[in-house]
Design a protein around this ligand. Structure first.
Ligand code: NAP
Length: 283
């Protein structure tokens, strides 16, 4: 008689693809959540060169992967390889979360904006979309996600200054007249009367040039947040606090943007709390 073969359920796998990828904090974060909730699954960092991207997206689902986070330089390219792209990922022009569906289709989303907003709501609950204009320093990929999220919740006006002005002009072309472009040399003045100020540039990040925008125009009622989270307490946030402003660091955005992917892949909404922050900081 043939032995009865029982098919064991597959252990769900997820991971982050980038090039390089060794710096990513996502494995520590998802690893913490997997252990916390006793989920039999794994989250793996994978260094994938541009040349191998299409092949990797074909093979990984067959190996048991249920989805991926995507980081630099693949965030734009995956949009062309996905079967379904959410409206917000299309508007932002980049995806950071992929879901490999059971029907074989690849679903691409961008959760950076939702992560930004959840972080702000958690750590600056006094800030309201109607509080006044938001001022953004920078117009890169992360800025696009922040702009989309701020307009979605009803911020009346966004001011934006970027070293390379055409990049900011491109945002205005995509998001419309409620977005005003300032010259990079006017970035300091742009902060006058802003209810929220966001650094979306890489200035102040470890290994990058120092943050150098003058903050004299900041009002103490302004909420100030940085997307940079390495270091956690940036010069920009330290200077803003010295002026009496309430500040929010960028780590919470990283934690919150990860939660929707984890929920889709492992069927459990993870909690973003102090223990989660500590797990990532001490990794
Ligand atoms: P990106 O697309 O490469 O954009 C970089 C931005 O920084 C651009 O606006 C760029 O201006 C500006 N910049 C770079 N060097 C500058 C300099 N010397 N002087 C003035 N401006 C300069 O990168 P991104 O994906 O938007 O990421 C931006 C930052 O956000 C990074 O530090 C990243 O780690 C952080 N981030 C954090 C999270 C989170 O979860 N907390 C999520 C996403 C990104 P130009 O256009 O003139 O080059």
């Amino acid at each position: 008689m043939d032995p009865v073969v029982t098919e064991l359920p597959r252990i769900p796998l997820a991971g982050v693809i980038g090039h390089p990828v060794a710096h990513s904090r996502s494995p520590a974060l998802h690893g913490f959540w997997l252990r916390r909730y006793g989920i039999k699954g794994h989250y793996i960092p994978m260094d994938v060169a541009q040349f191998d991207l299409a092949e990797a997206l074909k093979i990984l689902p067959r190996l048991g992967f249920v989805g991926l986070n995507v980081t630099i330089p693949h965030k734009e390219a995956v949009l062309h390889l996905a079967d379904i792209v959410t409206d917000r990922a299309a508007l932002i022009g980049a995806a950071n979360t992929l879901i490999f569906r059971k029907d074989g289709k690849i679903h691409a989303d961008n959760t950076d904006g939702a992560g930004f907003m959840a972080n702000l709501r958690q750590h600056a609950p006094q800030w309201q979309p109607q509080s006044g204009p938001a001022a953004l320093l920078g117009a890169g990929g992360a800025a696009r996600a922040v702009v989309a999220a701020l307009f979605e919740v009803g911020v009346p006006e966004i001011r934006i200054a970027n070293r390379t002005r055409p990049r900011a002009e491109a945002l205005r072309a995509d998001f419309g007249a409620k977005l005003t472009v300032y010259d990079w040399t006017q970035a300091g003045q742009m902060l006058d009367g802003a209810a929220l100020v966001v650094n979306t540039t890489s200035l102040g990040m470890a290994g990058k040039p120092d943050f150098h925008v003058p903050l004299d125009a900041l009002d103490r009622r302004t909420v100030v947040t940085d997307l940079v989270y390495n270091p956690l307490d940036t010069d920009f946030l330290i200077q803003a606090r010295a002026r009496g402003c309430h500040t929010v660091d960028g780590l919470g955005m990283l934690l919150h943007q990860a939660a929707p992917g984890f929920e889709r892949w492992f069927d459990r909404r993870p909690e973003v709390d102090d223990a989660t922050r500590q797990a990532v900081l001490s990794a």
